[in-house]
Design a protein around this ligand. Structure first.
Ligand code: 6R9
Length: 636
């Protein structure tokens, strides 16, 4: 019988746990880690390094995370539902897997991977729709010790190729096609295009989903249903070291190329399990639904690993919130009796804009806890969520965290610590946030503002950026040595609650998706019309931030030609990154505001994009102050 994991139940217990985690992190985390299934226990709990970024947790331990997600639940929860799958089209039949069935499916997929030559340490790239095989294949990689790299199935062939080449992946798992709302994407065809420039890939495993004809390359591509026909339903879990790589997940930073954030076995397991249990306060018979795609970190930690580690029932949804109608989320909640619902401000804002009768048609009686993640939730959206979805009875957990932190860092614990609109709340036990001023000094007290940094290691801390530790060190530990630097600005307000103000670097957050401005500029600059570009974010009612691109072309763009050139630039961005990075506004300019040393003054462009043109600040250091006038007049 699995040992019980303790859970915080009262505010006093939270304070006590927090205190203990700060005073003696090693003791604290060894108690939390105790109940998992270990092949061998650790020699050292924590090796913290917030200068060089060489952080280790539970060194010396041996384990396999899938034994903790699956095998150890079989005795008590073998017949309990592990995964409920709700398809894109409500008329299609969904699927359900008990813990025993999921265990068998994962073992079978793991055997298929083995048979296709995948070994411990190999990198496997997954580019798939939100179907059960995505969850199964991800766990199957972990079962045999292969490193998974899931790429959101909205990225373009070029973006996939960059990620595959960076990780030197040997196998790709994909499907024939994908349904997302009314749209269909020929996923396999996108992979084929990507693989033209990916010499490391030896094999492609294709899951049949929509039944489209696809090109199968002899000697490289195999159908999953052919491969699985002959394999065993069990597969021994590979014994992994605590600090062996579990996955790579690419995310955008302030420099051009997305980086492969690396998380490892033991720390990731302990951290996602602990944060999941305590933040969401999920009970044994609850149905839990996280709407994120597994292609993002939220899907990794809180659709897949966190809930399965905790033995919960997790719901996976293939579709979008507005298909076939804006009532879909609420219909799914009633249909499956969802108790805990975790979604994003951008989804809430897009649904708020529709007739309230789409909500009122459903009872939503089963709901007990609501969650939000990905970007700051504005007060209006918070209140709408609280009133209309939570019927004023469900606490909202506004969870602040990042791909690099692996799990939730600052958030209310549902029903236990304060949940106040627009405040993420208090730090989780183990998390020591600080606010730093320009000089890197900690600002004390409440009613303070600064750069948000973390001054102690925690089990889920980023281990490296794949293939380039120096980049990891510089980005996260080099800015203020001795601190993990988040890239966010924050305020500490009444009672020590944190309010996240947004990014302070050149990262923009569009519908909860991160893009580096340089990454989008690089894409735009690939277009043959373009000489130079500058991209900034601006406030957007639904997406949180919109993308505003200022573009200089080879020749002045005639107004009659502008739509055609714009379309061509958009096409380039869609090819380089994907549809999700399409700018909302493109303005053609003859020059950009630059300092005498040639640096673009983004501060001015941001003000223009925001419409704050009366308050552009000091422009005297500009090389050509007249350009500002032109840009203001041409504002979109
Ligand atoms: C989990 C995830 C991380 C960035 C982060 C911050 C923003 C996430 C937030 C939030 C305010 C919240 N962010 N959650 N801002 N309140 N509750 O989203 O990871 O995709 O890496 O993005 O998202 O700016 O730095 P990731």
């Amino acid at each position: 019988m699995p040992a019980e994991h303790p859970r915080i139940r009262t505010f006093e217990e939270y304070q006590d746990a927090y205190q203990r985690s700060v005073e003696n992190p090693e003791q604290f985390w060894s108690e939390i880690a105790e109940p998992f299934t270990w092949r061998r226990k650790w020699d050292t709990v924590m090796q913290a390094d917030l200068v060089g970024g060489h952080n280790k947790w539970f060194s010396g331990a041996k384990l396999n995370i899938t034994e903790n997600c699956l095998d150890r639940h079989l005795e008590q929860r073998g017949n309990k539902l592990a995964l409920i799958w709700e398809p894109n089209d409500p008329k299609t039949r969904g699927l359900r897997y008990t813990y025993r069935e999921l265990y068998q499916e994962v073992c079978k997929f793991a055997n298929v991977l083995h048979n296709n030559g995948v070994e411990k340490g190999d990198r496997v790239c997954l580019y798939m729709p939100m179907i059960p095989q995505l969850a199964i294949a991800t766990l199957a990689c972990a079962r045999i010790g292969a490193v998974h790299s899931v790429i959101f199935a909205g990225f373009s062939a070029n973006a996939i190729a960059d990620r595959i080449n960076d990780a030197q992946a040997s196998v790709v798992i994909t499907s024939d096609g994908l349904d997302r709302g009314a749209k269909q994407i020929p996923v396999k065809r996108v992979v084929d295009e990507a693989l033209e420039t990916c010499p490391s890939v030896r094999g492609v495993i294709v899951v049949e989903h929509v039944g489209w004809p696809v090109h199968m390359q002899e000697g490289r591509d195999v159908w999953y249903h052919d491969e699985v026909a002959e394999v065993e339903k069990t597969c021994p879990a590979e014994e992994m070291e605590a600090e062996d790589m579990l996955f790579i997940l690419y995310t955008s930073g302030s420099t051009g190329k997305p980086k492969g954030v690396v998380h490892t076995q033991a720390g990731y397991m302990v951290w996602t399990d602990y944060t999941y249990r305590n933040v969401f306060q999920v009970n044994e018979n609850d149905v839990y639904w996280c709407t994120a795609d597994i292609g993002w970190v939220t899907g990794h930690s809180y659709l897949l690993y966190g809930p399965l580690l905790a033995g919960a029932t997790t719901l996976m949804f293939e579709g979008v919130p507005t298909f076939p109608s804006p009532g879909r989320y609420w219909e799914v909640i009633d249909k499956h009796g969802v108790n805990v619902f975790y979604s994003s401000p951008t989804a809430i804002r897009s649904l708020m804009a529709h007739d309230i009768n789409h909500v009122l048609a459903y009872s939503l009686d089963s709901l007990r806890v609501l969650g939000s993640v990905g970007e700051p939730i504005n007060e209006e959206a918070w209140h709408w969520y609280h009133t209309h979805i939570g019927k004023d009875r469900c606490p909202i957990v506004d969870t602040w965290w990042q791909t690099e932190t692996a799990g939730i860092m600052i958030s209310a614990l549902a029903g236990i610590t304060p949940s106040v609109p627009a405040r993420a709340g208090l730090p989780l036990p183990g998390v020591q946030p600080v606010l730093l001023n320009q000089e890197g000094q900690e600002v004390e007290g409440n009613d303070a503002e600064g750069y948000l940094a973390i001054k102690q290691s925690w089990p889920g801390i980023i281990r490296t950026t794949y293939g380039d530790h120096e980049r990891c060190r510089q980005t996260y530990f080099g800015v203020y040595p001795g601190y993990y630097f988040t890239g966010d600005g924050a305020r500490r307000e009444e009672n020590g609650l944190y309010r996240i103000m947004g990014r302070v670097d050149d990262v923009i957050n569009v519908s909860g998706h991160r893009f580096g401005t340089a990454e989008i500029e690089n894409a735009i600059n690939q277009n043959s019309h373009v000489v130079e570009s500058a991209v900034v974010g601006y406030p957007h009612d639904v997406k949180g931030q919109g993308i505003y691109a200022f573009v200089i072309c080879q020749d002045p763009v005639d107004p009659a030609e502008a739509p055609r050139v714009e379309a061509s630039i958009i096409e380039t961005i869609v090819a380089e990154i994907g549809r999700i990075a399409k700018p909302d506004k493109i303005q053609f300019v003859s020059g950009l505001p630059k300092t005498r040393s040639g640096k673009i003054m983004r501060r001015i462009l941001r003000k223009v994009a925001e419409g704050e043109t009366n308050n552009l600040g000091d422009t005297t250091t500009l090389l050509d102050p007249d350009i500002v006038k032109e840009i203001v007049e041409g504002r979109k």
